[in-house]
Design a protein around this ligand. Structure first.
Ligand code: PGA
Length: 248
């Protein structure tokens, strides 16, 4: 009932020409039964939106204000105007390097929904938190504070990505059991906040060293609805393979 999704997070990679070559290379090879998305650097979003086919386009961050004196920032108005569909919010790199907090993520989720952008909200524990046995407590805090006061009328437009920070870019993916445990816990927290019907329709992705070898096992888990993929989304071939794995 939940449509699978594979979102590539390109981070600070790819020039305009490289991104356009990627779009041409994946064209006609992506499954309709999966929402296939790339979240690209803001400066090339317009070029990608103009050329999108089955591939959908997202941004990697957004300011929570409509406009104003925020040098270097990109507003929800601008993303709407660029006609992107998705926006990643609260990625662990932004939490770690750019002071993103549960409170700012909360304001951004509200703004994204106000402007009909589909938020991909990232949560996840760092290694010390996992080792201390506090993973669920961390996830609960990130979800309850991140979604505090957020009204969800179309749950299919809200995506949560569980990304254990220790698994991102390290080649050390969580096991499928660990990922499933965390995703099912996240769904239970959402159920407490929004009830069963809504929580059952919110897609929950796993992210952190997803690749063409581990994707099938991760995708076989009942509460994992797709992947948020960094490194392995940069090459057209592996992106296509990952998207097709999500169709199974
Ligand atoms: P990775 O990154 O797939 O390279 O681990 C995932 C992410 O940061 O979203």
């Amino acid at each position: 009932m939940r449509k699978p999704m594979l979102a590539g997070n390109w981070k600070m990679n790819k020039t305009r020409d490289e991104a356009i070559s990627f779009i041409l290379a994946v064209e006609g090879k992506l499954p309709d039964s999966v929402d296939c998305v790339v979240c690209a650097p803001a400066i090339i979003l317009r070029d990608l939106v103009k050329r999108r086919t089955t591939l959908q386009i997202g941004a990697q961050n957004m300011n929570q204000n409509d406009s104003g004196a925020y040098t270097g920032e990109i507003s929800p108005v601008m993303l709407r105007d660029t006609e992107v569909e998705y926006v990643i919010l609260g990625h662990s790199e932004r939490r770690a390097y750019y002071n993103e907090t549960n409170e700012s993520v909360n304001a951004k989720i509200k703004k994204a929904l106000e402007f009909d952008l589909k938020p991909i909200v990232c949560v996840g524990e760092v290694l010390e938190e996992r080792e201390a046995g506090s993973t669920n407590a961390v996830l609960k805090e990130q979800i309850t504070k991140g979604f505090d006061g957020v009204k969800i009328s179309n749950p299919e437009n809200v995506i949560v990505a569980y990304e254990p920070v220790w698994a991102i870019g390290t080649g050390k993916s969580a096991t499928s059991e660990m990922a499933e445990d965390a995703c099912s816990y996240i769904r239970s927290v959402l159920k407490d906040m929004y009830g069963e019907a809504i929580s059952n329709n919110i897609r929950i992705l796993y992210g952190g060293s997803v690749n063409t070898k581990n994707v099938n096992e991760l995708m076989s888990m009942p509460n994992i609805d797709g992947g948020l993929v960094g490194g392995a989304s940069l090459k057209a071939d592996s992106f296509v393979e990952l998207c097709n794995a999500c169709a199974k």
